[in-house]
Design a protein around this ligand. Structure first.
Ligand code: ADQ
Length: 474
């Protein structure tokens, strides 16, 4: 087998040994695979340039080469802030009300995908395996084929695949989905997203789906499957061995002054259901006066994608909501919500997870949700906390022993908080053992291995020659 080539919007360069603990689990897993095969990681540098030149910045650390390009301001506006984050992200998270359809976004998206393909194709060798990641780069496989590449190319979507009835509201939806038929393997987190994709293929493209997940559209066959992503479990299991984690644990534990602690950790994003979560907690406080003063909710939510307008709204909304809840219930010596707009390094987060009696992970829609798994892996086996998890997170398909809730229902969230806080230790241990078993079994290495193995085996014997791409409709 040749090298592994990873292509994603942003590249995570290996960190020096001293900062290894701050590298995300996904990056660690991919970097390990790249190291093993002397592979390459391509993507956007995150920098802007006046004129796109295609100049590649190479960096080599720890046996991995990263290759990045700068993009023009207009590229960033139309491709990243535009089509990726104002069209596809909301639509794929079922928020058609927030999705913006603007023809300049679509053309900017295709232009950047072409630029990526034109820049990186010359670096790819005949037997390399190519793994493209996420919604920013859906048509990249097709662009690479048009440059004559016959390699095995796989695509993994980290966010949900929306139901066919929603997806058809995207202008040129067929053009987008047809471009995916040039991959040899397409992966999703869950069977639910996979089924939605199959449904679209059957209804909109007249394709057929074979029992092993291979789809066929007009003679073009592509293998599809679910590959649920996991975490780097060992990183979280040894929480209290590490000073930063221990400090974070002690800080949170001490500041709670004997009260029960509920934690939420999310990027500040409307898909994470933070306003609904705050309202569910408020309902809990209203309905359970015996808990007033005895519980403390810490929500950590650093802002992301500051250039996308909707994110300003959500910030204002949550500031107001947390202020109102504290105004309504706080005493001189107790605030019900601590809402922190800051990110923390991984060790710090794992200490916070360990100190929390309950985690509220209630996205309205989420491809998987790794915070749920990180919380489980960080618990004390003799006295584990309780995970409250949205039914609409991909993780709910695996973490069946969590308290599963409909995140839109204040009542369900309130009832689950009460149940979690009252749960006897024996039940907490029983549920946690089932959860951690799954988190350990289906970890990030398992995810990476199963995808790469399936890609290496994928059938690409049919004609992928230059110019053989399916005609684009619409
Ligand atoms: P995200 O939407 O970013 O990922 P998630 O899966 O929860 O969501 O991963 C977030 C990561 O960021 C976790 O590792 C978490 O620890 C970290 N993080 C979150 N809040 C943080 C904070 N305040 N400080 C520091 N770190 C924080 C997308 C999809 C998900 C999918 C992943 C992986 O939206 O559904 O699970 O990709 O495929």
């Amino acid at each position: 087998m040749g090298r592994l080539i990873v292509i994603s919007n942003r590249v995570s360069a290996p960190k020096p040994r001293s900062a290894e603990g701050t590298q995300g689990g996904l990056a660690v897993a991919l970097l390990a695979a790249l190291q093993e095969s002397n592979g390459l990681w391509f993507g956007w540098s995150g920098e802007r340039t006046e004129r796109f030149t295609g100049e590649i910045h190479f960096q080599r650390h720890g046996g991995v080469t990263t290759a990045t390009v700068d993009l023009e301001e207009q590229d960033v506006d139309e491709y990243y802030n535009g089509y990726a984050n104002r069209t596809l992200w909301p639509l794929f998270h079922y928020r058609i009300d927030l999705a913006e359809f603007d023809r300049t976004f679509g053309s900017g998206y295709e232009r950047v995908n072409e630029r990526f393909a034109a820049t990186f194709a010359p670096l790819i060798e005949a037997d390399d395996l190519i793994w493209v990641h996420d919604y920013h780069l859906v048509p990249l496989g097709q662009q690479l084929r048009q440059r004559g590449l016959k390699n095995r190319i796989g695509f993994f979507l980290h966010i949900p695949w929306p139901p066919q009835r929603l997806l058809v509201s995207l202008p040129y939806h067929q053009r987008l989905v047809r471009s995916m038929l040039d991959y040899d393997l397409i992966g999703f987190h869950t069977e639910e997203w996979l089924e939605s994709f199959h449904h679209y293929v059957a209804r909109e493209l007249g394709g057929t789906i074979e029992p092993d997940g291979t789809i066929e559209v007009e003679g073009r066959r592509v293998k599809t499957a679910a590959f649920p992503i996991g975490i780097d479990v060992s990183e979280f299991e040894r929480v209290l061995d590490r000073p930063d984690a221990r400090n974070a644990y002690e800080t949170l534990h001490r500041s709670a002054e004997g009260r029960k602690v509920i934690i939420g950790v999310d990027r500040l994003d409307y898909s994470k259901g933070l306003a609904e979560r705050f309202n569910g907690y408020r309902r809990f406080l209203e309905e359970n006066p015996d808990w007033l003063g005895r519980v403390s909710f810490l929500q950590i939510a650093p802002p992301t994608r500051g250039e996308v307008h909707t994110y300003e709204h959500i910030r204002e909304e949550l500031d107001a909501l947390s202020g109102r809840i504290n105004g309504q219930f706080a005493h001189v010596d107790w605030v019900p919500i601590r809402y922190v707009n800051q990110g923390y390094p991984r060790d710090g987060l794992s200490g916070f997870y360990r100190a929390a009696d309950v985690a509220l992970v209630t996205p309205l829609r989420d491809g998987m949700n790794l915070v749920a798994k990180e919380y489980v892996a960080s618990q004390d086996p003799d006295d584990p906390g309780v995970l409250i998890l949205s039914r609409f997170a991909g993780a709910a398909h695996q973490l069946r022993e969590a308290l599963l809730v409909n995140p839109y229902s204040k009542d369900e969230v309130s009832d689950a908080i009460r149940k979690a806080l009252d749960m006897p230790r024996a039940e907490r241990i029983r549920r946690w053992e089932a959860l951690v078993d799954n988190v350990r079994r289906e970890d990030v290495l398992h995810w990476r291995r199963t995808f790469v193995e399936a890609l290496a085996k994928a059938d690409n014997s049919h004609d992928r020659a230059e110019g053989a791409a399916l005609p684009l409709l619409e």
